[in-house]
Design a protein around this ligand. Structure first.
Ligand SMILES: *[C@@H]1O[C@H](CO)[C@@H](O)[C@H](O)[C@H]1NC(C)=O
Length: 262
């Protein structure tokens, strides 16, 4: 039986390994196949990409720079750090394709979770990180724009992230990239058997079995022509042949702008 999983690398690595091993036992997936199905991104490919981490360079989630003090990510990436006032445990690494070799390191001023996060399971899974200092932009560090129109049938988006590329190895050192197709809502609902976890605040992406997001890609951006259209949310992990659900940034534009005060 498949289990819906948010695509977060749990901070406790033994728990993570446990989950991964269970999946290998229970799955028919060819272990030698790269689950993510992407390829390393060239330096400077995704200048908006950040890694959200613990201070020991342990990657938790991805995110994208949408302002000199703002990071866009998934709600489930920051949720646990709000409840327990653990904001100071996070660092944001910018300007690099190697999450352990930062271009810049920034710290949290506020974690902003959507007020209707999880009102139903997996709904409104979007959040912002307000930094306590402005990001210094350069060749490898740049913001990405919020979309001005929704995606349409036939569109493709580029996902970047440091999520797992297979069930065996640790996270890849190098940022990975993959082009995915936007899946219209009706088609996606059908493919996901009308899963109630999918709501109007999601978009779906898919190509084929063996390609898609995995653990550690949560919060990472899906981009087209310089606009961030999606934020990795959840899927049947990993790349099992069903569309992945991503937060629909266009749907949350007003919420995002309202939160970005300065
Ligand atoms: C931001 O937070 C970091 C880590 O707590 C701290 O070292 C730094 O001085 C802070 N910067 C400002 C401008 O407060």
């Amino acid at each position: 039986m498949q289990v819906v999983t948010v695509l977060l690398v749990l901070v406790v690595s033994s728990t993570y390994a446990h989950i991964v091993r269970d999946r290998i036992k229970n799955s028919k997936v060819n272990k030698n196949k790269r689950i993510f199905g992407g390829e390393p991104a060239e330096p400077g490919f995704a200048t908006y990409q950040v890694s959200i981490q613990t201070p020991l360079f342990e990657h938790i989630c991805g995110g994208s720079i949408i302002g000199d003090r703002y990071i866009l990510t998934a709600g489930h990436c920051i949720k646990n750090y709000i409840n327990k006032h653990r904001e100071s445990e996070l660092q944001i690494v910018t300007g690099t394709n190697r999450y352990d070799k930062p271009g810049g390191v920034y710290y949290v001023k506020d974690l902003i979770l959507h007020c209707n996060y999880g009102i139903k399971e997996y709904h409104n899974d979007i959040g912002l990180i307000r930094l306590n200092e402005s990001i210094v932009f350069n060749k490898f560090t740049q913001p990405i724009l919020l979309p001005t129109e929704p995606l349409k049938d036939g569109d493709e988006v580029v996902l970047t992230g440091w999520g797992n590329t297979d069930y065996i190895n640790d996270l890849p050192d190098d940022l990975q990239k993959i082009t995915l197709k936007y899946v219209p809502r009706k088609e996606c609902l059908e493919a996901l058997d009308n899963n109630p976890g999918l709501d109007i605040g999601h978009i779906c992406t898919f190509t084929k079995e063996g390609e898609g997001a995995c653990y550690g890609d949560s919060g990472s951006p899906l981009v087209k022509d310089g606009f961030v259209f999606g934020v990795v949310n959840w899927g049947f992990a990993c790349a099992t042949g069903k569309p992945d659900a991503q937060a629909n940034v266009h749907f949350y534009n007003d919420w995002i702008r309202t939160q970005m005060k300065d």
